[in-house]
Design a protein around this ligand. Structure first.
Ligand SMILES: Nc1nc2c(ncn2[C@@H]2O[C@H](COP(=O)(O)OP(=O)(O)OP(=O)(O)O)[C@@H](O)[C@H]2O)c(=O)[nH]1
Length: 678
């Protein structure tokens, strides 16, 4: 059953009439509709003129600090510039300076002294459209920065041949390179394709076709992969070995529990306090750290979770902190995710491993409301939507900081009613939501029933620990072939270890595993689970796997460990069904986005909008295909990634089939892979 984020509106003719307004009203001020970001006041334009450089290919005036042309994506390379000057326009186009065929044909028909076109809004062939600049990831987000110190790739997995792309191995972050050297997709070409939304429907179809042709697959690369994977078998042939299915006596089932919520809601304090109360950490450690770092007293518990000095200094969780404790039924792996907007990708990496989640709410007046803000700043909303789309069904809503509101029943009921409505719209079912009022700072209702009379006078439900223990046991795919998306990679004295959650199958010391997409075989040297050495790890376990017989250059975060005979699918051209979130800028053919799935992150371009579907029935609404997607629509689209990743159709393997599209630091859509097309 497909996962949906909202039950959005039913799309009817009116909505299509809205599209028509956008598409055919030539005098319509499209900038005004798109919003402030795209709007250019005349004053601003005037200012820009004194600091501009003119693109030698399309003659567009660009801001002086832009290293590439905002319109056609050509690089502003001084040496290339002088070369270009000496060439005629036809030469430039035939020399193909990273411009797509369609862009070349557009520019060849535009006189070289054509009137200037405003930065984002263009009129061509009587149609309005918007053109994004060439894609690059948003300036490195702080979560990228904290990984920057780690070892950067010495090379690229051999399956990819050589390219000048430099990769932050631990997050798969791409520092946008000379993209023309990407073996699979040229983002300069893609940029020029953004221009495609300037042209008519028939041309759009041409563009989609030409995009596909330009998926310039490196034949050697494909051959190499197919030779390595020649033994591949059909999934139905898989037979788990007896040791994989053996149940170990006396070992608690593992429950991966993500802690999410708006920034400063008290996630780290709650986790730290819980660990302290359960004897997993001593208060001495917190206090000595506090004294050493001369920090605020109230952060003492948060320090337990906020591991790095930078996190403690800033008082903000940046990475996903992991801790362990036992309840009666479970060995709980606590994944404390960052709440700050800048760290949503990190939150995604953490929560993607979760079986269930605790959403922490700050009950104080104004703080809860800020978390529910619908304008892209309310992390309570975004986190709830994201975890539901990861497949998390069971949640505990911890209404924290109840001490600040005098343990008021009215405030609790107000939060329960408002958030409850939103959670149900995200497809959380009422019986799968537990509501717990608490105070992490005041130690109320965490591991035992509240002693606070103001709270116990009206609340007699479970405390947090009981609520965790009552969570439904997650189902595990133990009898399927191994699948372990790699969350993090570590290299110590030439030894490679990978961290992640086994989504399916099992491994033990000495097991042969295949690292995809490099198609390299490695041997499991040893396994660590919950900080202890173990012989076997099964689906659901969060583990560190120490590998041998593999070069570190073939292992990256975002890769997948699998059974050598049952490799996961690798693809770059995908059909997706997405739910568009509360966006202000529409998604167009040619839009460039950050594509996230399991622990992989790639630059991608939207190459086709196939259809808009009814979010409830999943039926295509009309044959007419819109030219752009707006908030709360459910649609089928095609995207092409800059480089191929391990990805599967959601119906085949859920863990590798969930996707997130982000742009300008916001998650703009969530969805699933419906087809891997190459
Ligand atoms: N009054 C009160 N303050 C609390 C409570 N829980 C946490 N705080 C305070 O709220 C502030 C933020 O707490 P953190 O635990 O760092 O919040 P967080 O959600 O982990 O923050 P990020 O990791 O940055 O998203 C700190 O000053 C805490 O002392 C509580 O129950 N009551």
């Amino acid at each position: 059953m497909p996962r949906k984020v909202y039950s959005g509106p039913d799309y009817d003719d009116d909505l299509y009439d809205t599209y028509d307004d956008y598409q055919f009203d030539n005098d319509h001020d499209y900038d005004a509709d798109i919003g402030g970001e795209a709007r250019q006041s005349p004053v601003k334009k005037e200012n820009r003129k004194s600091h501009v450089w003119r693109c030698s290919v399309c003659t567009f005036d660009n801001d002086d600090n832009l290293p590439y042309c905002e319109l056609c994506g050509i690089n502003r390379d001084p040496s290339a510039k002088s070369d270009i000057k000496s060439l005629g326009k036809a030469d430039i186009i035939s020399n193909n300076y990273g411009v797509s065929t369609i862009a070349q044909s557009i520019f060849s028909s535009v006189p070289s002294e054509s009137p200037r076109i405003s930065t984002f809004s263009h009129k061509l062939n009587g149609n309005h459209s918007k053109c994004d600049g060439p894609f690059k990831f948003d300036k490195p987000s702080p979560d990228d920065v904290i990984y920057a110190g780690r070892k950067v790739s010495k090379g690229i997995p051999k399956a990819f041949g050589t390219t000048s792309t430099s990769i932050n191995r631990n997050r798969g972050t791409i520092e946008m390179p000379n993209t023309s050297s990407s073996p699979f997709f040229n983002t300069n070409k893609l940029t020029a394709d953004a221009t495609s939304s300037l042209v008519t429907d028939s041309v759009n179809t041409e563009i989609a076709a030409s995009n596909l042709q330009r998926l310039d697959l490196d034949k050697d690369l494909v051959n190499q992969l197919s030779v390595s994977l020649s033994k591949t078998k059909a999934l139905s042939e898989y037979q788990p070995e007896a040791w994989m299915l053996e149940k170990e006596k006396g070992i608690l089932k593992q429950l991966n529990l993500a802690i999410v919520g708006h920034v400063d809601s008290g996630k780290s304090t709650m986790s730290g306090r819980l660990l302290y109360l359960l004897g997993r950490v001593s208060i001495k450690r917190c206090i000595s750290m506090r004294n050493k770092l001369k920090m605020r007293c109230s952060f003492a518990y948060a320090w337990v979770m906020d591991e790095s000095a930078e996190e403690r200094e800033r008082g903000v969780t940046m990475t996903v902190a992991v801790a362990y404790f036992d309840t009666k039924n479970y060995r709980v792996v606590l994944l404390d995710s960052p709440g700050h907007k800048d760290f949503v990708p990190n939150m995604i990496y953490g929560a993607t491993q979760a079986d269930a989640a605790i959403i922490v709410i700050d009950a104080s007046i104004g703080a809860f409301e800020a978390g529910m803000d619908g304008n892209g700043v309310g992390q309570t909303r975004e986190h709830a939507q994201l975890i539901r789309s990861f497949g998390v069904e069971n949640i505990i809503v911890l209404v924290n900081k109840m001490d600040v509101v005098g343990y008021s029943k009215e405030r609790f009921d107000f939060i329960k009613s408002r958030l409850g409505t939103f959670l149900r719209s995200c497809q959380f079912k009422e019986p799968c939501i537990a509501w717990v009022p608490a105070s992490a700072m005041g130690n109320q209702n965490l591991v035992k029933f509240s002693s606070e009379t103001q709270l116990s006078s009206w609340y007699n439900g479970p405390c947090l620990l009981e609520a965790i223990d009552s969570l439904q046991t997650p189902e595990r795919d133990i009898s399927k072939p191994l699948c372990m998306p790699i969350c993090d990679v570590s290299y110590e004295s030439g030894k490679v270890s990978v961290i992640g959650k086994l989504e399916a199958g099992a491994i033990r010391n000495g097991s042969k595993v295949l690292v995809m997409p490099s198609a390299e075989i490695a041997i499991v040297r040893s396994i660590e689970c919950n900080l202890h050495r173990c012989n076997v790890a099964r689906a659901g376990d969060n583990v560190t796997v120490f590998l041998q017989d593999i070069d570190s250059d073939y292992v990256f975060s975002g890769n997948v460990l699998c059974h050598p005979d049952f490799p996961v699918v690798v693809g770059a051209h995908l059909e997706l069904m997405i739910n568009v979130l509360d966006i202000t800028m529409p998604i167009l053919v040619g839009s460039q986005v950050e594509f996230l799935s399991h622990h992989a992150k790639e630059a991608a371009g939207v190459t086709k909008i196939c259809s808009v579907v009814n979010s409830k029935t999943q039926k295509v609404l009309k044959n007419k295909v819109p030219r752009f997607l707006t908030a709360k629509q459910t649609a089928v689209i095609e995207v092409v990634l800059n480089r191929p990743i391990c990805i599967e159709e959601f119906s085949n393997r859920r863990a590798l089939g969930r996707v997130f599209l982000r742009k300008s630091g916001n998650t703009i859509a969530v969805g699933k892979v419906t087809r891997v097309m190459d």
